[in-house]
Design a protein around this ligand. Sequence first.
Ligand code: FAD
Ligand code: SIN
Length: 534
Amino acid sequence: MLYIHSIMKPSVKTVDFLVIGGGVAGLRAAIELAPKGSVLVLTKDKVTESSTGYAQGGVAVALSDEDEVGIHNEDTIKAGDGLCRENAVRILVEEGPGLILELISWGAEFDKEGSKLSFTMEAAHSRRRILHSHGDATGREIERVLINKVRSFNSVSRYDYAFTLDLIIEGGRCVGATVLRGHALINIFAKAVVLATGGAGQVFSRTTNPTIATGDGIAIAYRAGALISDMEFIQFHPTTLYSPAAPQFLLSEAMRGEGAVLKNIQGKRFMPEYHEMAELAPRDAVTRAIVSEMVKTNSRHVYLDLTHLDKDFVENRFPLIYATCLQYDIDITEDMIPVSPAAHYIMGGVKTDTEGETNIKGLFAAGEVACTGVHGANRLASNSLLEGLVYGARTGKKAIRYVEEEKTDAAASEVSHDGFNDESHVISPLDIEKTRSALRQIMWNKVGIIRCDESLSIARKWLDKKHSITDIQFHDRRGFELKNILTVANLITDSALLRKGSVGAHYRSDFKNRGEHWQRHTACLKGKAAEWME
Ligand code: FAD
Ligand code: SIN
């Protein structure tokens, strides 16, 4: 048993801007902030451990000769299934090309055909508009360039392995965060705080997301009083490697974009029966079709088949995927790949306007943690790296204006989080792991791809029994992550129960139509039940 009884007084640090998260959104925000003051970027692991670093398929941008910003706009809105906030989409597609060209001017190398940029196809895009790098390692390239750019500013420093526990709120404003760095607790005060902590895939037992994606930003913002929106919309990626020996490694949608097809375990291609766009239908449609085939054939997977494509092309176009599958004895040029869906992306999050502003003064959010409404009920493939760039930069700009206009300072002051002085709770590391595992399975089985009142209510009851965990004052990363995963699981379940209808990635087998309030958004605020908002 681990008794929580250490009384640890935090040290104090002040900076002008605190950026929590070192993925595409946090790094891009930091670059914007750098000329205006001292910036501290926090990451909870090594800096390369982010969803950004694992992104494969690419970044969607209307830069090819056959494409137009207006068409990218339409495709995004169509995939979002009626729930995109249209001004947010317009900003994304209009500002995206400039941000990508800027990234190229900072040294980003995207794959080319001859002297021209090479664009690939992904689901629900009506043009080839996905830029990629080193075949299928686009995120790594974007991250490399942003990290180097950030390093070029003396004003920016980074604390890696610095786990943010909570935000510091004073007089209704966010003035900093309490952070665990190694065994040291630090209260970091800032004139403005940018939350860029990424997604929450780890809430589910099957996910493409790295281990850092435990929804911390959503949970800590919620605890601080931020408005959280659209949490029922979880995107399940259709194709991750299904093998008992392998992790749920992503098999990029770009593979289907280049001609790969889906077959059931009897070897029959099925997507044309489900959707006119077949393998390139929106992700939610492909995912549900796969589930339906798995049920029909009583199987735990279907197959992704590229064996009809040229061997050299496949090896060169998808080198990371090719090499990774070989480690599990699958030669993707010769063998069909067993695949099944996994939780991939959260469309909901901390509600912001199109400048990253939340309902808490001094608190801004960008990237996957935020909900600008740009993705509606279902994100268009490869729009999120672009979102991180566009909204990371916009959020940085707005944080600067906030500080200038409000003349905030970063003075250290009395804060509520004055250390780990709570001796009342007892929880063992083993119990943390057991609860975490059970929770992730409940979420996958009962709040996953297909939901209904019965399954959601089972999850609700289970979560209620564990509610006391959200009050525990943990003092290590795993414990705090459990608390955050539980909080996010509650928000997803409540929002999914409220939306009695099927829209985009939220599918209710008991309400297959859109339902009464479908054009409204769900909202969660601490101390209140989930409710509707415009
Ligand atoms: P992340 O890149 O996840 O960064 C989050 C940061 O926050 C990390 O630095 C982390 O350490 C830090 N952090 C988290 N919690 C804390 C805490 N408590 N304290 C301190 N720091 C914290 N999108 C595309 O557009 N194209 C693709 O091809 C693509 N492929 C993908 C492939 C995979 C396998 C995955 C998982 C996602 C993919 N996505 C893709 C989605 C996309 O990568 C993410 O949505 C995007 O990178 C999120 O960026 P971000 O900056 O918001 O968060
Ligand atoms: C993929 O490569 O399939 C992932 C793209 C994305 O999630 O946007």
